[in-house]
Design a protein around this ligand. Sequence first.
Ligand code: PLP
Length: 383
Amino acid sequence: MKDKLHFNSQTIHGGQEPDKAYGAVMPPIYQTSTYAQTTPGGHKGFEYSRTHNPTRQALERALASIEAGEFAFAFGSGLAAMDAVLKLLKPGDEVISTDDLYGGSYRLFTKIYEDFGIHFHFVNMASTDALNAAINENTRMVWVETPTNPMMNVIDIKAVAAVCKSKELLLAVDNTFASPYLQQPLLLGADIVMHSATKYLAGHSDVILGSLVTNDKHLAERIGFIQNASGAVPGPMDCFLTLRGIKTLHVRMQRHCENAAQIANYLTSHPKIEKVYWPGLEGHPNHTVAKAQMNDFGGMLSFVPKGANYNTAIQIIEKLKLFTLAESLGGVESLAGHPASMTHASIPKNIREQSGVVDALIRLSVGIEDVRDLIADLEQAIA
Ligand SMILES: *Cc1c(COP(=O)(O)O)cnc(C)c1O
């Protein structure tokens, strides 16, 4: 029966059973490294907590449920989850990635895995032309992030999946910005969906955790092997917090989206604002794809004040009182960031400006406060 639930019930019940020992409704935090055996190999399914832990297992079952997958794996961070995906590859293999990419993902690809003989191509996936052109006999995997950070470009997952199917390439999608409330990549043809659960899934800016979900049994066996063999697993406390966060994902996401819509409209009609990037706006270059692919448009948006430069953009951010100046996103509280000096500082200015990340760009992670207070805060900072 639980398989047939709607998404807004799956977040609470999907994959979940009361704890077997005492019927605890929330799984206890099994803060243990090992489990008693009656005879060598005689145990209740748990031997050692790198391999399996009941709290982690409860989280993994919830993750599988909300991503419409069969197999889920939790990791110590989003990047640790990505790292496990890259370990599916061998020297000489090539990966084609979206060009507008989370900085840490770009760093993992280029600064770690290039040295292990895996090659990366970064292409614009607004259409599949550049993707098709980059495929060669060594291509094994396509990595997609959508919506992208901080420009909120939306990539058509179904269209990319069709190319991957025809060329027998693995398709992995970083679903961190959207969350499964907005889109479920496995249903759109992806083989693996990855999350920095640090963001919307956990949702309270109090945990670092990553996850992978797949429907492919063979891939699941490999990923499970890598999870145990490489050992980048999260502790039970972090699993508990993430599971607790997932239970309110749908109500939080609904409010994130509503607030972002109001702020996007407010900024669009503001005389001192030049540009607003939010996929829900009709003028957004990928609005049509976003409308078809996503259930709503998310809580992330970026904007450029008129006539602003590096310094005046920073001045506006520093004047904000309710929006906290900080990295990260997806928590209940609103955050503001300056990509040119923060998340994208390591990318050369001319390259970052080509994709729209100008010095005056300001990024908001719109929280779930009363939107009137958020707009009042923006009003006084922009004035
Ligand atoms: C934060 C983030 C990551 C990395 O996740 P961590 O949990 O910080 O390791 C990967 N992709 C995206 C889109 C992110 O926002």
